[in-house]
Design a protein around this ligand. Structure first.
Ligand SMILES: N=c1c2ncn([C@@H]3O[C@H](COP(=O)(O)OP(=O)(O)OP(=O)(O)O)[C@@H](O)[C@H]3O)c2ncn1[C@@H]1O[C@H](COP(=O)(O)O)[C@@H](O)[C@H]1O
Length: 105
């Protein structure tokens, strides 16, 4: 079990919990759209720190991004392992080759 899996387990345990006692429960109670919006906000804050090259703040905002990403996944019943499986499939395949192999729409 990785730290991210542990955090996912904690987040899933907050589904239906008292929103007054848990930030995660409060966020999940607002629905998947709000969770996605919050993930977007946190991502923008990380982008700003990356542009400013503030390494400490980027690490801090990066932690917020990972947490809110897991909350967004939980809100839509997507498991962290589903994301990791996609990453695992891509291992050893260059991004350029992966893009070229995508079906055209
Ligand atoms: N990793 C986190 C984590 N990262 C960030 N946050 C919270 O995310 C919130 C976002 O910060 P903001 O400053 O954007 O919040 P805000 O400005 O009040 O939000 P808005 O009202 O403006 O939308 C803060 O309340 C942070 O405390 C987190 N809350 C929880 N966790 C993890 O989740 C676990 C369970 O937490 P609870 O669900 O609160 O028990 C914790 O033990 C941690 O491991």
């Amino acid at each position: 079990m990785s730290l991210l899996h542990d955090l996912e387990t904690t987040i899933l345990s907050r589904k239906g919990a008292d929103p007054d006692s848990s930030w995660t429960a409060k966020l999940l109670a607002k629905g998947p759209e709000k969770c996605a919006e919050k993930f977007g906000e946190e991502s923008i804050e990380a982008i700003i720190e990356a542009i400013k090259d503030d390494k400490a703040k980027l690490a801090s905002e990066g932690a917020d991004v990972l947490y809110h990403f897991l909350v967004m996944l939980a809100a839509r019943d997507v498991a962290l392992d589903d994301v990791l499986a996609v990453l695992a499939e891509r291992q050893g395949l260059s991004g350029i080759a992966e893009k070229a192999a995508r079906p055209t729409s």
